[in-house]
Ligand binder design. Structure first.
Ligand code: 291
Ligand code: CA
Length: 159
């Protein structure tokens, strides 16, 4: 009868309301995890933390992304930092480093202008092949000088 139908309707309405609440909670959780996973590429070494959003970009965009986030493009200052940085790279990925020799050819400077004190060049590098002022790390941990506008590479920041 009518009473039974109305009871069924009430029960359904309660279920829908409960489901809506569950969906809201899930949406909040997903949004939280999306933010978290965009920074899942994290390695700490000493006082330094390397962090990547996992996205590839140009040198210039990478530089500004890291700066805006309150850090800088990754520049390993010793072997331990270099190895930690390598661990963020997937096979055959490359990452820009926070240094260049755009001012004086052959003189690599950190982006704060100080001379580079630690290097891990690949054999035969830097070769300035067709004028290369930026530096990228290969997945073998070695460095290569590269055209700053060459390609989009994994952006890793340091904090
Ligand atoms: C060769 C070498 C490097 C040079 C590179 C770039 C393109 O390596 O001559 O010294 O920097 O070409 O011209 O390299 C990339 N990574 O796009 C090729 C090895 C990957
Ligand atoms: Ca090169």
């Amino acid at each position: 009868g009518q009473k039974g139908e109305s009871a069924t309707f009430d029960s359904l309405q309660r279920q829908v309301t409960a489901l809506e609440k569950n969906i809201q909670t899930l949406q909040a959780d997903i949004s939280r995890h999306q933010k978290f996973f965009s920074f899942r590429w994290v390695k700490s070494v000493g006082k330094k933390t390397f962090m990547s959003t996992g996205t590839k970009d140009s040198f210039e965009n990478g530089k500004s992304l890291c700066t805006k986030a309150g850090g800088g493009l990754a520049c390993p200052h010793n072997h331990a930092e270099n190895t930690a940085l390598r661990e963020i790279l997937k096979d055959s990925e490359q990452a820009y480093l926070g240094m260049s020799d755009v001012q004086t050819e052959g003189k690599f400077l950190y982006l704060n202008g100080r001379p580079v004190t630690y290097t891990n060049w690949e054999t035969g590098e830097p070769n300035n092949d067709e004028n290369e002022d930026c530096v990228a790390m290969y997945d073998n941990e070695k460095w290569n000088d590269i055209d700053c506008s060459n390609s989009e590479m994994l952006i890793i920041c340091e904090f």
